[in-house]
Design a protein around this ligand. Sequence first.
Ligand code: SF4
Length: 285
Amino acid sequence: MSPRREKYYPTQLETFQQCPFKYRCSRDPEIRDKYRRPTPQLYMGTCIHDALEAFFDIRRVPVGQRTLEKLGDLLRRAWAGVDLSPWKRDARRREREIVFGGDREEEASWGKLALTILERYYRIADRTVIPFTAEQFHEAPLAEDVILAGKIDRIDQAADGSLEVIDYKTGKLPWRRDEESLAQEDLQLSSYAIVVGRKYRIPVSRCSLVFLAHDETLGFTPSPELLAAKGEEILGIVSRIRAEREWAPRENPLCPWCEYREICPVGKEIPSPEERPAEKPDVPF
Ligand code: SF4
């Protein structure tokens, strides 16, 4: 009998490496639903992704109609959940209510920020591109009993037929931006390159991170050696997850923002960013 296959996403693997206790909480649907709170940043990010998905879908927006006004309109529709299926639309509305609680002023400021981010990206984006896939789930076997999976923002195909895996980021630029550091520190894009290469049997020639708010695209070339090493790294993490019995909390710089602080023996002693006393600047003026 062949072993049972388990599916892993790179974000899950990164969570386990960050903190086993957090990983365990995030894998328990009851705990996850009770403690996970949508934030304005996440809501904005989801709507920006939806708007870009629609914008680059030629069935919805022909290349000649890819204007800035159209992109703004798509963002507003995504924000209100207008084009979603009834079930997803209800979920989007509930999330919007939780995040903004009817505070129209607060909501408007996040909406305007989203429009500004998209406007900046619009100026530098190749608006003629027809993606190979956009916002799709992909998966491929990594070992007999391990499936690697991920929702990939966009895959483009180059003139030579090779593929480029693209991830949109709405947050800050990383501290180290050179190709070597990005390739070594990243797990997500390498995982996607492995999945896409195995699924389509087409080489992935580039992994790119598009920092929408910074007019900047960073990335690296995923060599076969790099992907082989990342594949081994992923299987090593999976083995550690399978062998884990303690699920101990591991304090780390992201604890103040962790949604499970309340039930974490380490995290409940750590103030959230809002609870921290404001530090007075020690300057001679
Ligand atoms: S608060 Fe920190 S230690 Fe606790 S679960 Fe979250 S990440 Fe882990």
